[in-house]
Design a binder for this molecule. Structure first.
Ligand code: HEC
Length: 170
């Protein structure tokens, strides 16, 4: 009976038609995560991060991740999308966003990143150019920077995001 119902739902496109913002369980190795097409409608995690390298970064989190309670690890199904913009100097000595340069993605699910050497929990990584084409990068270098962050589930701005919420242990 259950098989019949699932087949019927698949046939109606209810299961296969999920948007990338739903917590669908799929495991990925690095470079395999598709770029979520709808991430600009996701909750903002942290935005306007100015880098001394002359870039500005905006980070989005999907709904599954945004439901995370302060002090806890992110749920399976969490995805982050980080836009990396080139930046130009403005007249006041500050910088303003110019063209989008790259888009980095992290996705958490049981079994993600299994083929990686440096382990960062159940996270996998993907990198794209501004048009959404996959970039050829050394994913172990992503892991090398994120791996020390074991206390914040390998995510850099955990504290900044949850600062306003009481009870965070991180
Ligand atoms: C040199 C260290 C470094 C490397 C290498 C690196 N990251 Fe990060 N990553 C950061 C920092 C720092 C942040 C937080 C944003 C900021 O302040 O720039 C970050 C943030 C992120 C985020 C947003 C979630 C979070 O932790 O805040 C994603 C997604 C991400 N990185 C993916 C990647 C991917 C994919 C690669 C490899 C292609 C990569 N990173 C390589 C340092 C690094």
């Amino acid at each position: 009976m259950r098989t019949i119902i699932i087949t019927a739902l698949l046939g109606m496109g209810i299961i296969s038609g999920c948007s990338s913002n739903d917590a669908v369980s799929t495991s990925y190795n690095d470079g395999e995560i598709p770029l979520p097409s709808d991430y600009k409608s996701w909750p903002v995690f942290v935005s306007g991060i100015e880098k001394s390298s002359g870039h500005i970064r905006d980070i989005y989190i999907n709904n599954a991740g945004a439901e995370t309670v302060a002090g806890k690890a992110f749920a399976n199904g969490t995805k982050f999308v980080m836009e990396i913009y080139n930046a130009e100097k403005n007249g006041d000595g500050g910088i303003v966003k110019a063209a989008l340069a790259k888009v980095f993605v992290m996705s958490k699910d049981q079994g993600n990143g299994q083929s990686a050497t440096i382990k960062t929990g159940d996270w996998a990584y993907s990198a794209f150019d501004a048009s959404g084409n996959a970039l050829s990068v050394d994913y172990e270098s992503c892991r090398g920077c994120h791996v020390p962050l074991v206390d914040t589930d390998y995510i850099f701005h955990y504290s900044k995001y949850f600062d306003t919420q009481a009870g965070s242990d991180y």
